[in-house]
Every structure is written in C-alpha cells, then in structure tokens.
Design a protein around this ligand. Structure first.
Ligand code: NI
Length: 171
C-alpha cells in the first residue's frame, strides 16, 4: 500500500463538498487502506478523503494512532445523527500543519455510516472521539477547523502556511 500526499491549506479540494459513495468498490477499499496507513504514518488521529485529493465521503479516525486496532474507525458516508453538549478543546489538522487552536464541539455524538464491507455502523462517541469525528465529517463539507476561528486569526494562519509552503518550494 502506498502512502499518499496530504494536501494542505490552499488546495481547492479541501473547500469542496465531497460526494456520497454510491458503491463500495475495490478501489474505495484500497483508498481506505492507504488512508489508514497515511494517517498512522503522518502521524495523525484522523484523515478525510479530500485531504488526499479524493472528494468522496470517506473518513478514518484512530485516537491510538495504530497502537490499538480496536480503536480504528473507517467510515463511508458518515452522518451525525445526534449530538449533545458543548466543549472547548484544542485541535489540529494534518492539512493545517503546525496550528493548534481551541474549537467548540459537541461532547457526545452518534455517527452513522458504513464500514468498508458495507455493514452499517453506529458509533456512540464522546469527548475527543466525538471531536475527531466532527472534525473529519466537516472535511467532507469542505470545512476546516480554522473556519471556526475569527477572520483575523484565520488570515494570520493562512499567511503563515503560505509562507511556509513558499519556503518549502525553495528548499
Ligand atoms: Ni483535519
């Protein structure tokens, strides 16, 4: 399985609403497996298909970053069907490198989706798992966590990342 390039802020696909997966093909399963590997290798706790340039509704989450196979979640067409409470905590994103900011998220969510075998999954998540699922599902709507911040803060982050990209290009 090949590691994939994780796209960063400024790439159009990150702002696009991803399409529903109509059929779980072998290609989708391979993509999911590559995303898991890419997420673990980054290392990161979550990844959404648009972050690797595929504008489809597929996410991976693993708070254990590969240490505990039971914690890995791969969801196709995930949907938040219920949510409760509000909590402010720090989060980051592989597509917004080096930035960690506080964002308000639900304390608990119920998320429904399909696993790569096409079985319906209902996940009752709380605390950081709820946060990670909300963050990844936002990616499918073309939404990044920095979109919750003030316009000024967002502007500063965008210019910082642009400068770092330019530096990287010169190196
Ligand atoms: Ni992210």
């Amino acid at each position: 399985m090949a590691l994939m390039e994780i796209l960063t802020l400024g790439e159009k696909v990150l702002k696009k609403k991803a399409v529903t997966v109509e059929e779980i093909t072998e290609d989708i399963k391979l993509l999911a497996a590559s995303m898991v590997e890419t997420m673990h290798s980054a290392p990161g706790i979550g990844l959404a298909a648009p972050q690797v340039g595929q504008s489809i509704r597929l996410i991976t989450v693993d708070l254990s970053v590969g240490r505990n196979p039971d914690e890995l979640v791969v969801l196709i067409n995930p949907e938040i069907v219920d949510s409760e409470g509000e909590v402010l905590d720090v989060e980051g994103c592989l597509s917004v490198p080096g930035v960690n900011e506080k964002v308000l998220r639900p304390v608990r969510v119920v998320v429904k989706g399909l696993d790569p075998e096409g079985r319906e999954k209902i996940i009752n998540a709380s605390d950081y798992m709820a946060r990670a699922l909300c963050h990844e599902i936002d990616h499918l709507e073309g939404k990044l966590f920095i979109d919750y911040l003030s316009p000024l803060k967002r502007k500063l982050i965008k210019s910082k990342i642009r400068k770092e990209k330019e530096k990287g290009a010169q190196a």
